[in-house]
Design a protein around this ligand. Structure first.
Ligand code: KG4
Ligand code: ZN
Length: 339
């Protein structure tokens, strides 16, 4: 089976071709980073305009690189939620048009689900597993019992982790996206400030929830004193973030009795997060999985693959009236499709 995957939920236009026999045949991403860097974040109207401009050239390149034409495709997978609604609708409208013109089924994909299952393109992981999704727009933890069977454990009450990275980078004048720059700069710094580890050790309703806005404000206050070197602030901030993510994941692993975790989303590219998770995994006897770097940030490959599984395992497609949704939890999305 050959599935075309389209991703336009935020600022990257991604189109890819996945073959169940041969794997990823192409995975083309047109990034808008240089455009948004002047704003220090994603500017929705600009993002939507760029998707409109790029989607067909990216599709064309993806088909050429895969050496196929549209008629060879068996299904069209599209990210329908969550994301910036103005960005989502560009991809959804494009995919609907392609489906209508070719008669190929349209397969809905949830962005978080695509991040989690990206790693399966290279490696099969046994169920059940815990998943921590950390990106520019999301910070969520789920128990994944099978494909399409998700239990929500918790998420951020305010900023997403990647968003906190991007905002801290802006405070330090480091540009956008902030994650990779802070990751690199932190290697030269020391943890001179012990920033708070938000909601760590919580036992009540926030046990598996996250909150990064207080940490962000604490960093801002430190920056404003003018006393600290940028690399030390970067290191101190990153240690607080990584500590928080690792501790809360460990707590969730113990509570659910699961010994495997998939860490996904743009922030899963972070070198310190990988290092700490690997250390803990060895000590605690758990298995930790990260997607390969090229599948961490937004791309069409993860959408094509996840769409392929949704169609093959659950036979689910969407009709032309299906709308994109800016907010929709992954467990609720799976329920909605079951009907
Ligand atoms: O998954 P993604 O491409 O888009 C969303 O779905 O949001 O994630 C982008 C986010 C950005 O906030 C970026 O700063 C962050 O991932 N990121 C990183 C690293 N690489 C990307 N954060 C920390 N360390 C990194 N190495
Ligand atoms: Zn993403």
């Amino acid at each position: 089976m050959i599935v075309l995957g389209i991703e336009t939920s935020c600022d990257d236009t991604g189109v890819a071709v996945y073959s169940s026999e041969k794997g990823l045949l192409s995975n083309v991403v047109s990034s808008q980073v240089s455009l948004h860097s002047q704003w220090g974040g994603v500017y929705p109207d600009l993002a939507a305009r760029e998707h409109t401009k790029n989607i067909l050239p990216v599709l064309d390149t993806a088909l050429k690189e895969a050496d196929i034409s549209l008629k060879d495709v068996d299904g069209i997978a599209i990210t329908v939620a969550p994301g910036l609604i103005v960005s989502l609708v560009v991809g959804i409208s494009g995919a609907k048009g392609l489906s209508w013109a070719t008669g190929k089924p349209l397969i809905p994909v949830h962005h978080i689900e695509a991040h989690i299952f990206a790693i399966f393109i290279e490696k099969e992981i046994p169920f059940p597993f815990l998943s921590l999704v950390v990106s520019g727009g999301h910070t969520e933890m789920y128990l994944v019992k099978g494909f399409g069977e998700y239990i929500y454990l918790g998420g951020t009450l305010d900023d997403a982790v990647g968003e906190a990275y991007d905002k801290v980078a802006r405070m330090l004048g480091l540009g956008y996206p902030g994650g990779p720059v802070i990751d690199k700069l932190a290697k030269e710094g020391e943890e001179v400030i012990k920033f708070p580890r938000p909601l760590v050790g919580e036992k009540g309703k926030n046990r598996f929830n996250f909150s990064f806005s207080g940490l962000k404000s604490a960093v801002l206050r430190a920056v404003e004193t003018g006393k600290y070197k940028k690399e030390d602030i970067a290191k101190s901030f990153q240690e607080a973030v990584v500590d928080t993510l690792v501790s809360k994941s460990l707590d969730a692993l113990r509570e659910t009795g699961v010994n495997r975790i998939v860490v996904a989303g743009g922030v899963s590219a972070n070198s310190r997060l990988r290092e700490r998770f690997n250390e803990v995994a060895e000590r605690e006897g758990i298995q930790v999985y990260f997607p390969p770097m090229y599948l961490c940030t937004d791309n069409g490959g993860m959408v094509a693959y996840t769409g392929y599984r949704r169609f093959r395992e659950l036979g689910q497609t969407m009709d032309y009236r299906f709308e994109g949704k800016a907010r929709l939890r992954m467990d609720r999305f799976a329920q909605l499709l079951k009907g």
